[in-house]
Design a protein around this ligand. Structure first.
Ligand code: GLN
Length: 190
């Protein structure tokens, strides 16, 4: 069984553990480089990307995370997606820069402008619509080579497959549907 690390510096890491268990993986909270070395794939959860960046720096996790992503699968949701993008706007900030895409933070407006959308026309398999919970979400403004758009909302990509890696601008861990976590598990080999 694959061990899926969940970066637990800040944000909604706890909900991902349940989603990974339901999809058939073994979750493990990751806060140190030693813990990171023990996992087969990593989820960077939603939260506040600026705060997470500061904590990564404080705990010496920035470089270990970059190195991990060079050969192991990483799944970023919401703030996690921001941290993986090569280009961050509104405002611009540092990132792990593992995925060639541009994201605009808080692009749907303020805190109250969070929403649940039912997505159709996705590439996840099955006819059922995909529930997407957006919380102060970013918008992906550009997807570089190697990115395959699996789901869109209001004509912008919200779930993108980058081969080894995966990003979602919404929070699949807050929905009962486990297709997105299952897709990530398929990328991870123990
Ligand atoms: N607004 C947050 C940020 O810019 C992301 C929100 C989330 O992860 N739900 O970092």
């Amino acid at each position: 069984m694959a061990t899926i690390g969940i970066l637990a510096l800040q944000g909604d890491f706890a909900a991902h553990a349940g989603a990974i268990r339901r999809a058939g993986g073994r979750p493990m909270e990751v806060r140190t480089a030693a813990e990171l070395a023990a996992v087969d794939g990593l989820i960077i959860p939603g939260g506040e990307s600026t705060t997470m960046l500061k904590l990564m720096d404080y705990y010496g996790m920035f470089e270990p995370l970059r190195e991990f992503g060079r050969d192991k699968p990483v799944f970023g949701t919401c703030a996690g997606a921001i941290l993986l993008a090569t280009e961050v706007m509104n405002p611009s900030q540092a990132s792990l820069a593992l995925l060639d895409m541009a994201v605009e933070r808080n692009a749907y407006g303020r805190q109250l402008d969070s929403r649940v959308a039912m997505l159709s026309g996705h590439q996840l398999g099955g006819d059922e619509e995909l529930e997407a919970v957006f919380i102060r979400a970013p918008i992906i403004r550009r997807v570089g080579d190697g990115g395959v758009i699996l789901a869109s909302y209001q004509s912008t990509p919200v779930l993108v497959d980058f081969g080894r890696h995966l990003v979602a601008t919404f929070h699949p861990e807050l929905s009962a549907d486990q297709r997105v976590h299952s897709l990530f598990l398929e990328k991870v080999r123990p």
